[in-house]
Write a protein that binds this ligand. Sequence first.
Ligand SMILES: [Zn+2]
Length: 619
Amino acid sequence: MKKYFIPLLLLAISSTAFAQKNASNYKYSINLNDVVDDKLQVTLLTPKLKTGDAVFHLPKMVPGTYAIYDFGRYVSAFKAFDKKGNQLKVNQTDLNSWKISDAGNLSKITYMVDDSWDSPEIKGPEIFQPAGTDIEKDKVFVINNFGFFGYFDGEKSIPFEVTVTKPAAFFGSTSLQANHLNSTTDRYNVPDYYSLADAPIMYNKPDTTVLHIGGAEILISLYSPNQKATSADIAKGLKNMLEAQKEYLGGTLPVNKYAFIISLTDNTHIRSYGALEHSYSSFYFLPESFNPAQLAETVKNTASHEFFHIVTPLSIHSEEIGAFDYDHPKMSEHLWMYEGLTEYAAHHMQLKYGLIDFNSYLKTQAEKLNEAMRFNDTLAFTRMSKGVLDTFANQYNNVYAKGALIGLCLDIKLRQLSNGKYGTQNLMKDLSKTYGKTKSFKDDELFATITKLTYPEIGDFLNSYVAGTKKLPYKEIFASIGVDYEPFINVKKANLGKMGLGYNSQTNRLVVADTTGMNSYGKKMGYQKGDELVSINGQNIPEVSKVRQFLDSVRTNLKEGNVLTVVVSRKDSNGKSAEVKLSQPVEVQEDKQYNILKEYPVLTDEQKKLRAAWLNTKT
Ligand SMILES: [Zn+2]
């Protein structure tokens, strides 16, 4: 373990070089000691602008989020000044834009920024926390730069300088190179807005661990509000995963430096957690209430996904992503690749290098098949992708389910056609040679390029199942690697009562939200609207992401002759809660279990060979 220090001398030289070459640049500053009403003031010494009007923006959307967030909502008290300190006329033209008159004389802009994690009073969509901002005086500052700093119309490709004044005990974790001017001042210099937006910074009292893997220096930085976890523990879990990533990517990691920036929260009202990818870092927002094993597992699964984004969309992407338009974002058709293939690789890599066994891999794939059932399977994936910001926003999460299954089917198809020699790993390598971080493809040429690199049958596959509406050939694909796929089987499961359930994230309990559709068993049990389920047959209700699985296992394991006992917390007419025990003999009913994946007891030589090629093992 080692603390993260940046070689000062080297950085000072490179940042001076920047400053000399570019007299006209953005000079931003913030002071983390001056928090007013949960807000920070941003000061910008502006670059030299042409005379006339100038429009200043904060982004409407940022890469990797696939949703409109309107970061301008969090800005207030926007003021523009000339050299003498006179205020210039400013007109806010939409949520994210400010028009400044007489811009030829503009010298300085100031505004206040509120944080997205903790501003329920600001109207509009909730910002996924890894893409948001947090201002907690003396504790932590989450600086996703696009949430604090803006740009002028047409002026994104000139240098940006950001100076941060901070408490001496605070450290800024980021993939950016910091110039530590003194113990309370850091400065960052980047060549353009894209680089600034691509690198979050977290300031807090440091808990950092550095790993050296595959020629890369990997920073793991943690903020745990009640010190329930340590970066060293998380690093232990990440080490094997990163070693496997390195093998999967051909023996070296494609970056010299990478930062995993992790902020845990003790807020029990949160609705989601997760991470957002960047070129040289990823930012994680996770519940502190997770036990260490759960936390390590979640970080590992999330991090293996985020890290693979280095391949796509970061190195293989269309023009819509490559020249990202923060003001008028346009979507690409190829989320099946950016998110789907990434999610596929995150699990394939773990299986291939022995981090998980074959059965748990199948279990994950079955969960993905179940998850995909919640979405429209007759909507072409390319069409969904193109319309994901509006028309098909509610279909987005299918990228992690069906998107990943497209990846699996494509990989197996490629292995079949190449006699085991070529798979999606090879394809991604070839595509990043054809394109790359600075060379985008045109949306409608991608399938032709892939076909040229591979086989005509792959072109047919993509056009039928990704651009077309044909159902993916799960039965055939799984059979070819010796796995039986059944869309459903008939099973007997205990009846719970069929009441409508919700989840109260403040109490971590299920709530009877609706009794109108309750069946006769539910009536016998005597559930009432508003009852909070405390336990079922002695087992407490798990956290929200595990609830569906929990209820399903309760229903599968209870047999005729058992008794179902549900303890509920019920409010009386005075609003006082008391626990009530509801019990009835178990009633089982015919039900369906969906998406069963099972290994064949005996594999043919062909199945053995293909599976071995897919997993890179010997037959
Ligand atoms: Zn992703």
